[in-house]
Design a protein around this ligand. Structure first.
Ligand SMILES: [Zn+2]
Length: 367
């Protein structure tokens, strides 16, 4: 088995589907991307791509191993990416990465399709997580909107405070669960396909209904639950504050007041085309200029387009078209919904499209 595992680290790994239970409904768009005959919303609205993170669903919804991505093609039994990394960290993650982050993948990638508005929540900063949660990672995240549902007229997200909200006033809103008031003090930002939103750890936020996106995050599942009632679950106060005292956890909440212009300048990120070859393009959607936590790129490919792992690993999600990924040891078919974990040891490779390939490429925390 060990030799077989080591051999695997030299080639791109085809990820098995990995849907995760959440406390809201959605997921039909993920089904549709995959080409399912009957796409439908369910309690599995998220796909965790290449994940090494255990989902920490509340109460009786906790399942050991949920969230961990596996590969299964050509293997006697499935093996998790986490296991392969722990066995061969340098081959998979790259030496620089291991130096900086040990055997952590330092990234969590999700496809998230919200049929309904998500609850208002926030995430711990790195500093808070280090001090109080014994974790090197908090949960800064970013949203890359792929599509919005046609029946939703004004797709939007909620983020950051738009007016001065004292800690005592917010505490009162939470205690009373005055959701309208909580929404009223936040920016409501219209979004459309192609938009990129940077969600700094500590900021209150929520994704509106009808939004299908790629989400990049620090590799944890820590959430501070501000709005406790959602469609499929009612959080207790105990479950809402990371197992810490309410005062302590709420001290992590970022009360900075953003003007609409500041939201547009600092939290809505403008894509930047890095490379054009004929009609193919590589676009940086959000890079290390914005955060050291992760980076997201979009590749649109006609014909052949070269690429390299460049000493680090990456995760690919095919969003459209049809083609192959050609590497030193063979080829891998790329169709809508195909997810690939590319170990650092792969080195140079190229894409070949039969029908304009659209690929989302995710890189982990800067090393
Ligand atoms: Zn969040």
């Amino acid at each position: 088995m060990n030799d077989k595992l080591r051999e695997l680290t030299a080639s791109p790994m085809l990820l098995a589907p990995n849907r995760v239970w959440r406390m809201y409904k959605g997921g039909a768009m993920i089904d549709r991307l995959r080409g399912f005959a009957d796409p439908k919303d369910s309690e599995f609205p998220e796909e965790w791509v290449g994940s090494t993170v255990q989902a920490s669903n509340p109460g009786t919804h906790f399942r050991t191993g949920e969230g961990l991505a596996v590969i299964s093609a050509n293997l006697h039994e499935p093996v998790s990416i986490k296991t392969i990394i722990e066995r061969y960290p340098e081959e998979v993650l790259g030496p620089q990465h291991v130096k900086a982050h040990g055997t952590s993948s330092a990234l969590l990638v999700k496809l998230l399709d919200a049929a309904e508005r998500l609850i208002i929540h926030a995430h711990p900063t790195k500093a808070f997580a280090k001090e109080h949660l014994n974790s090197c990672f908090g949960k800064t995240e970013a949203w890359f909107v792929l599509e919005t549902r046609p029946e939703v007229e004004d797709p939007y997200i909620l983020i950051a405070f738009k007016e001065e909200v004292s800690r005592s006033r917010y505490r009162q809103m939470l205690d009373e669960q005055s959701v309208d008031e909580m929404i009223g003090v936040m920016h409501r930002v219209p979004v459309k396909a192609g938009d990129v939103v940077y969600v700094k750890a500590g900021l209150p936020h929520a994704i509106g209904e009808g939004i299908f996106l790629v989400e990049l995050q620090e590799p944890t599942d820590y959430s501070v639950i501000l709005e406790r009632s959602c469609a499929l679950y009612q959080f207790t106060e105990e479950e809402s504050f990371l197992g810490l005292s309410k005062e302590l956890t709420l001290s992590n909440l970022d009360h900075r007041v953003y003007t609409p212009q500041e939201v547009q300048n600092e939290l809505v990120i403008k894509p930047h085309v890095l490379r054009r070859e004929g009609t193919s393009t590589e676009t940086r959607l959000l890079g290390y200029e914005t955060t050291e936590c992760f980076a997201g790129y979009r590749l649109e490919i006609d014909g052949e387009f070269s690429d390299t792992t460049d000493g680090r690993y990456c995760v690919l999600v095919t969003l459209g078209g049809e083609g192959t990924l050609v590497h030193a040891h063979g080829e891998l078919a790329m169709n809508p919904g195909t997810e690939v974990f590319l170990p650092s040891a792969v080195g140079r490779f190229f894409y070949r499209s039969n029908r304009r390939l659209s690929i989302f490429k995710c890189l982990p925390a800067q090393a």
